[in-house]
Design a protein around this ligand. Structure first.
Ligand SMILES: NC(=O)c1ccc[n+]([C@@H]2O[C@H](COP(=O)([O-])OP(=O)(O)OC[C@H]3O[C@@H](n4cnc5c(N)ncnc54)[C@H](OP(=O)(O)O)[C@@H]3O)[C@@H](O)[C@H]2O)c1
Length: 311
């Protein structure tokens, strides 16, 4: 049985769907009391990666685990969530639980640009988590991905959130020149599920990205076009981006000032990486944005699993 943490997130949902269609038995570590659409045909155990005792229950109750896909993480700190505790200690706890319960296989994710010496706290914490997986002694795979898009992602949510708030123009940070390599969440999920049986991914960090390097202004234009909204992109040079970061950070699904600053850096990898490692060509961005169309079907009403203690 495969245990998935972070199963209700953007990547987690796509991974669980693909695991179920491939016939795998799946158990989810479900973050206490949070509301999400409940997938069918899975075992759900409430828990928190910061709490080793809840991981113990997830590893021991209702079916033996042989593989862990660890995707639980936060992108932003709050009064209750810190990078050190969730991204770093959470990964350490998952690794320890794998050791304690003799689970040998761990698949997890990192992002391009994540390094322990990154100037950005989020990327530093993910870099540290990556280091923990690499040093775990387990048969690990770290999928080190370019920016991911799909239902619930931060990238298109940010762009569409700004477009909803601003009627005519869109401020485009860093003159729109930053190069990213967006990859569709369904393709990321395919890479993760194929890693289960792709030996060349064992004990490896595997960089992946979409089929093209795209400038931020191209990504914004592609996203806006999928929503049917027309906006004139106003390219703000990096110096003005810094000055206006507070303004740009005010909108729905806004990025914080450090997140906008982190967008100044190109984050791309080899274009053919997915094909070379996993044998398929990832989708072009314009082809997988149906979820942004005004008439797109939204997931069913959220369901809250009651009866769990409050975190
Ligand atoms: N999205 C990208 O562009 C991107 C790019 C490269 C790599 N990655 C990596 O991919 C992985 C998944 O990212 P994502 O975009 O799917 O993130 P996401 O949408 O924010 O989902 C994060 C998941 O982690 C869960 N979670 C948060 N804190 C937890 C805790 N203390 N205990 C247990 N579960 C907790 C969340 O549950 P609740 O919502 O209920 O709290 C949610 O299911 C991360 O490792 C991320 O670094 C993402």
């Amino acid at each position: 049985m495969i245990l998935v943490t972070g199963a209700t997130g953007c990547v987690g949902r796509a991974v669980v769907e693909r695991l179920i269609s491939a016939g795998h038995a799946v158990k989810l570590l479900w973050h206490w009391n949070h509301e999400h659409p409940v997938p069918r045909r899975v075992t759900i155990i409430g828990g928190d990666v910061r709490q080793p005792e809840t991981l113990k229950a997830a590893f021991t109750e209702e079916g033996d685990i042989d593989t862990v896909i660890h995707l639980a993480s936060i992108r932003r700190e709050s009064d209750t969530d810190a990078f050190d505790e969730v991204n770093i200690q959470g990964t350490q706890n998952v690794v320890q639980a794998c050791r304690d319960h003799k689970v040998g296989r761990l698949i997890t994710m990192s992002c391009l640009g994540a390094e322990t010496r990154s100037p950005y706290p989020l990327h530093r914490s993910i870099g540290r988590a990556e280091e923990i997986a690499r040093g775990s002694g387990l048969n690990f795979t770290v999928i080190k991905s370019a920016v991911v898009y799909g239902e619930g992602d931060w990238l298109t949510s940010w762009i569409t959130g700004m477009a909803r708030s601003l009627p005519l123009v869109m401020p485009t940070p860093h003159s729109g020149q930053t190069k990213l390599q967006p990859i569709w969440v369904g393709d990321v999920a395919a890479c993760i599920v194929r890693s289960l049986s792709t030996r060349s991914t064992f004990r490896q960090v595997v960089p992946i990205g979409g089929p093209a390097s795209m400038r931020l202004d191209e990504i914004m234009a592609t996203t806006l076009s999928a929503t049917g909204r027309r906006r004139r992109l106003v390219r703000l040079p990096t110096s003005m981006t810094h000055q206006l970061a507070g303004f740009v950070a005010r909108f729905r699904h806004a990025l914080s000032e450090p997140e906008i600053e982190a967008l100044a850096y190109n984050r791309t990898t080899e274009i053919g990486a997915v094909h070379r490692m996993f044998g398929f060509v990832p989708a072009k961005m314009g082809a997988k944005l149906d979820f942004l169309r005004p008439d797109a079907l939204k997931p069913e009403l959220n369901v809250s699993l009651r009866g769990w203690p409050t975190a």
